[in-house]
Design a protein around this ligand. Structure first.
Ligand code: ZN
Length: 397
């Protein structure tokens, strides 16, 4: 792709929707499903920035198969505003798409493609704006942050965040451009993901009393999780969130080997999405109390080897912007919104905030269209984001 010409003083400095659309077409064309490498996309972004005289630093994943990217436009040093987006997207397998998910397709003012909304649309707007950022005489820097593996537990951005304030400049605020329809989000829930493994005892199905049925134990545990979840939902509420309580959810289950064998093994994955103020330990603790107090004593009457083990498979911290957050104040000023909102999905914002970098979530597209077949971002949303970025640059110039 040919790089667009740099804006010069006197030009209208805002970047065009056609440049952003062209960039989005290229970004969507890279299949950056989280399980795959994102290096082709990162190389493209690096080359695009280099073409506009902007140097970038790669932060490679431990196995070298993926990388984050960090680029600064404007004066060197600490401070400035970070614009952060993840390059990975969720899989398309099993989804019915009207058009090829990796070919950006315009229909009725909507740009369809995997990741168009979540969140390559934001990255395309940021890249399209980079030449205009460069042409401004920025008094404080704008940093472009592109991460990997957001969709699998926000793991990829963590090594980059660890370097902020060390060999990478620490922004004074970060805007995470997840799809919020350009609303200003200052809080989200937390996720804790778990896997519970049950070990029972095999037996011939004609004599089930000689075995310990691991699937039946899993069913009892899942029933208990539902009871625990209902108890929490009835007790702790925060009306800013939809739904206004923590949720407990079972996502996968696997067990048994044949219809005539009492199953020895079963395992299931589950997760808790907690309100920021909730204690994340409560659900696993209550489940363990049920397992040890009620279920295991029954199972161990048959075999001492019966076991129930629960392992945490990853957590994403909740996000709550600090009172008086300059990131939130900036996003409110740029959008003209008079209030903030809270959401139930998680993002990288909690990790930035936890590291002492004030964060806010604001980006183009509707989260309801993310992860779904026929994912799209409206052209009007990209235009709103370009105007937002243009305003940001004007404020920093
Ligand atoms: Zn996302």
């Amino acid at each position: 792709m040919r790089a667009p010409p740099c804006a010069t003083p006197g030009d209208r400095l805002s970047s065009s929707i056609s440049t952003a659309t062209d960039l989005l077409r290229t970004l969507v064309g890279f299949d950056t499903t989280s399980a795959k490498s994102n290096l082709a996309l990162i190389s493209f972004v690096e080359d695009f920035l280099k073409g506009h005289g902007i140097a970038a630093t790669r932060v490679p994943s431990p196995d070298g198969a993926k990388a984050d990217l960090f680029a600064t436009i404007g004066p060197k040093g600490q401070g400035g505003i970070g614009l952060s987006g993840h390059s990975d997207c969720v899989p398309v397998e099993g989804q019915r798409w009207t058009s090829d998910p990796f070919t950006l397709t315009l229909r009725d003012g909507k740009l369809y493609g995997r990741g168009s909304c979540d969140m390559k649309g934001f990255i395309a707007c940021v890249l399209a704006s980079a030449p205009a950022f460069k042409a401004r005489n920025l008094k404080e820097p704008i940093h472009i942050i592109v991460s990997y593996d957001e969709e699998v537990g926000c793991t990829g951005v963590r090594p980059l965040i660890a370097r902020l304030g060390k060999d990478l400049p620490r922004p004074r605020a970060v805007i995470v451009g997840e799809p919020t329809s350009m609303a200003v989000i200052d809080a989200h829930k937390r996720i804790d993901a778990y896997r519970t493994r049950i070990t029972g005892r095999e037996a011939h199905s004609s004599m089930p009393e000689l075995g310990v049925n691991a699937i039946a134990a899993a069913a009892a545990l899942i029933g208990e999780l539902a009871r625990i979840g209902a108890g929490i939902a009835a007790r702790d509420r925060d009306e800013r969130f939809e739904p206004p309580h923590s949720t407990v959810f079972v996502s996968t289950i696997e067990g048994g080997i044949a219809h005539n064998i009492v199953p020895k093994n079963c395992e299931f994955q589950w997760q808790v999405r907690s309100l920021p103020e909730a204690s994340p330990d409560e659900v696993p603790r209550d489940l363990a109390a049920f397992a040890e107090g009620e279920l295991l004593p029954q199972m161990r009457r048959v075999t001492e080897e019966a076991a129930i083990d629960t392992a945490n498979e990853g957590s994403v911290p909740a996000f709550v912007a600090a009172p008086g957050s300059e990131a939130v104040a900036l996003a409110l000023a740029l959008t003209g919104a008079d209030r903030t909102k809270a959401v139930s999905y998680t993002t990288e914002a909690g990790l930035f905030e936890e590291a002492g970098v004030p964060a806010v979530i604001c980006g183009p597209g509707n989260i309801a269209h993310a992860h779904a077949p026929d994912e799209y971002v409206a052209v009007a949303q990209l235009e709103a984001c370009l105007a937002f970025l243009d305003d940001l640059a004007a404020r920093l110039a």
